[in-house]
Write a protein that binds this ligand. Structure first.
Ligand SMILES: *Cc1c(COP(=O)(O)O)cnc(C)c1O
Length: 347
């Protein structure tokens, strides 16, 4: 029997599917895939994949061969691309897997040609981000001759800012490479890239963040639905007299007598210390602000005047764009930081 976790993520299948359909519709005639790396951005890839497949998604993107294996049962018959490509020590797993490596470097191209002649692969072109990928010159050098390229891709560096001039330059450089390199499909846009418009979609898009409730660009505000809610159990309720402190370092001093609830969530659960100052939990319709510093496993909130008892569950306030703006953390960090101590409950 699984122990009853005092912390849970309430995950909304309908919202996940609706978000994918929104990005699919915004992708126009292009197919819409899904980035499910980092365990589905912290929500649980093995649960996310079948829900997206039911919605119509056929193309999935992970980081490593370990991540590909973790969703192998859920992706039978579907397309999986491994973004970090194939190192020498990845070859046994890669050759045993139906997933395709995304070849990023000259060495990787040579390795795949030698180890898996004629087997399909994907290729990443660097068009200005200077992260992973072959240069346009390398792609034009004949290096790729003989490869069976399923998806030719590149990645946008600044798509969350629609006004950034690099977006258009990357799009043009990618279009030029795609016109010269034979491949099944061309793919450029992540969530924010899809919001830049139809001419960024090419044949296949690769949203991640927006599927999970993040708002990738101004144009997606009000369109993307939250997917995950957090509820934490109240482990104890206590009266704090005026003048006494709450938590490490005594950073909070009660200005008057208050009542505090101690919740089973902390920074090891992705409730980072920087979320504390603007953070709160909800007891019904009462907003209960965080008191003092966030601990590793615990969080104190002010429940003065609210009807809260030991054993209750409180919902943690969580608006991804607002929390990111208030904390200086990215929405990506807030999602992927959630950790493994939640009971993940899908409805
Ligand atoms: C993570 C990633 C994506 C998804 O990006 P989002 O910004 O989360 O939509 C797409 N493509 C590549 C290459 C990625 O690494």
């Amino acid at each position: 029997m699984n122990p009853a976790a005092p912390l849970r993520l309430l995950l909304d299948s309908a919202a996940l599917a609706a978000n994918w359909r929104w990005f699919a519709q915004r992708s126009g005639t292009a197919a819409c895939g899904a980035a499910v790396k980092a365990d589905g951005y912290g929500l649980g890839a093995a649960e996310v994949v079948p829900r997206l497949a039911d919605a119509g998604c056929r193309d999935f993107f992970v980081t490593t061969w370990g991540e590909a294996r973790a969703i192998a049962a859920e992706t039978a018959g579907l397309s999986v691309s491994v973004l970090h490509g194939v190192r020498e020590e990845d070859l046994p797993a890669a050759l045993a897997s139906p997933a395709r490596p995304v070849l990023n470097s000259v060495n990787m191209v040579a390795r795949w040609k030698a180890a898996a002649p004629g087997r399909p692969c994907d290729v990443m072109i660097d068009t200005g981000m200077n992260r992973l990928g072959l240069s346009a010159a390398e792609a034009a050098s004949g290096l790729l001759d003989g490869l069976r390229i399923e998806t030719l891709m590149s990645h946008l560096a600044c798509a969350d800012d629609p006004g950034d001039a690099l977006n258009g330059r990357q799009r043009e450089r990618f279009a030029a490479v795609a016109a010269a390199v034979p491949a099944g499909r061309a793919s450029l846009a992540n969530s924010a890239g899809i919001c830049l418009g139809a001419d960024y979609a090419f044949d296949l898009t690769r949203p991640g963040l927006g599927l999970y409730g993040g708002v990738p660009a101004p144009g997606a505000a009000g369109q993307v639905r939250p997917v995950a809610r957090i509820e934490a159990a109240v482990l104890q309720v206590r009266d704090v007299p005026a003048g006494e402190i709450v938590g490490y370092g005594g950073t909070f001093v009660a200005p008057a007598a208050i009542r505090a609830a101690i919740l089973n969530i902390g920074y090891a659960d992705g409730y980072f210390r920087r979320l504390g100052p603007a953070g709160a939990a909800w007891a019904g319709s009462t907003r209960c602000p965080v008191l003092g510093l966030v601990s590793m496993d615990l969080l104190a909130v002010n429940v003065t005047g609210a009807d809260v008892a030991e054993g209750d569950w409180l919902e943690i306030e969580r608006d991804l764009p607002a929390a990111a703006a208030a904390s200086g953390l990215s929405q990506y960090e807030l999602l992927t930081g959630l950790g493994h101590r939640y009971q993940r409950r899908w409805t």
